[in-house]
Design a protein around this ligand. Structure first.
Ligand code: NDP
Length: 304
């Protein structure tokens, strides 16, 4: 069998004949999944040792052209997963993308992984999932509990915020010179998807991660006044931050034509961020990837 062992942050693969060391990825057709596959390939994993799982046929075909094995599956239809993990040693379950629908979808994937006897299940969870009050995190906590109950040796990658979530704030800054929301002085330790993807690739290709939960976040936490100042530097035009109360934000979002459910979700999320639910900086992400996380300013510059 193949032994993936670590030379600090390097990747070493030794092969004995006969036993495959396939890494299967649920969510391989998405943005994080595709970056994770890039990182696995960069780390020396053979394309044929990666099994990409997802619904989008075009993206599966593009991965297939790179030599990656692909199978179309739909987590809403358990029958599409029959036998799909046969011979698979490690699984990355990237959380599915529709909040509120994820539990049955994740359960299907976990059951299939357990039935196939996979040796290691890595799940992309949410920052501090077991204890956080962040809306969205309840499904991640419940998924971690399902995985624990399954008995599969597991690792939880409790991913913090993607810097890319704030692309629209940057575009607003460029267009209007002002960013307004109710996050106030709440700080966000974001990192770009590529950093989280690299961490997933490290965990999938180096030993010693079973039974662990990593709280992954950017090295530096910023608030929106700092985001505005960074955007101003990058754009070379004035940008200011205007803090709103929750009620002012509710009115603003209604004025944009958003429905009540969306307005409630955004205002609740921002209240949670204002309390610091995305502010943790513990260095776990930088430590896993063996370099500092990509700073906010660098990501903003890549959007100019
Ligand atoms: P994407 O939306 O780019 O990718 C989502 C992936 O989930 C796709 O591969 C999609 O497959 C797959 N998927 C969704 N539903 C199903 C289904 N029923 N059956 C099979 N596959 C399914 O998300 P990202 O890559 O950007 O992020 C990954 C995950 O991280 C998200 O799904 C979400 O849970 C979470 N997230 C985290 C954020 C953060 O800041 N930490 C922000 C936003 C999301 P296909 O495209 O083939 O349909």
């Amino acid at each position: 069998m193949r032994d993936y062992s670590r030379s600090r942050h390097g990747y070493l693969c030794q092969t004995n004949e006969g036993i495959s060391m396939t890494i299967a990825i649920f969510g391989a057709t998405g943005q994080l999944g595709s970056l994770t596959i890039d990182s696995l390939l960069t780390r020396g994993v053979a394309a044929g040792d990666i099994l990409a799982l997802g619904r989008n046929q075009d993206r599966l075909a593009r991965l297939g052209e790179r030599g990656v094995r692909t199978t179309a599956i739909d987590l809403d239809d358990a029958s599409t997963l029959d036998g799909v993990l046969g011979g698979v040693e490690r699984v990355l379950l990237i959380s599915a993308s529709e909040p509120g629908k994820r539990m049955p979808q994740h359960e299907v994937a976990i059951n299939v992984a357990a039935a196939a006897g996979v040796g290691h299940l890595v799940y992309t969870s949410a920052l501090q999932a077991p204890t956080t009050t962040l809306p969205l995190a309840a499904e991640h906590k419940a998924t971690e509990e399902l995985i624990a109950a399954s008995g599969i040796p597991a690792t939880y990658l409790r991913n913090g915020w993607y810097t890319e979530n704030h692309r629209s704030d940057f575009d607003t800054a460029r267009e209007h010179g002002v960013i307004s929301n109710s996050v106030g002085a709440g700080r966000i330790a974001s990192a770009p998807r590529g950093d989280y993807a690299e961490a997933a690739a490290v965990v999938l290709t180096t030993p010693g991660h079973e039974g662990k939960g990593y709280e992954l976040s950017g090295d530096a936490a910023w608030d929106f006044a700092e985001f505005a100042a960074t955007a101003e530097r990058v754009l070379g035009t004035p940008v200011r931050y205007e803090p709103l109360s929750s009620e002012q934000e509710r009115e603003q979002l209604r004025g944009f034509g958003l429905d009540d459910a969306t307005v409630g979700f955004v205002v609740g999320l921002n209240a949670s961020i204002a309390e610091g639910t995305l502010s943790l900086t513990n260095g776990d992400l930088a430590s896993l990837i063996g370099r500092p996380t990509v700073p906010l300013e660098e990501t903003l510059r890549s959007w100019v």
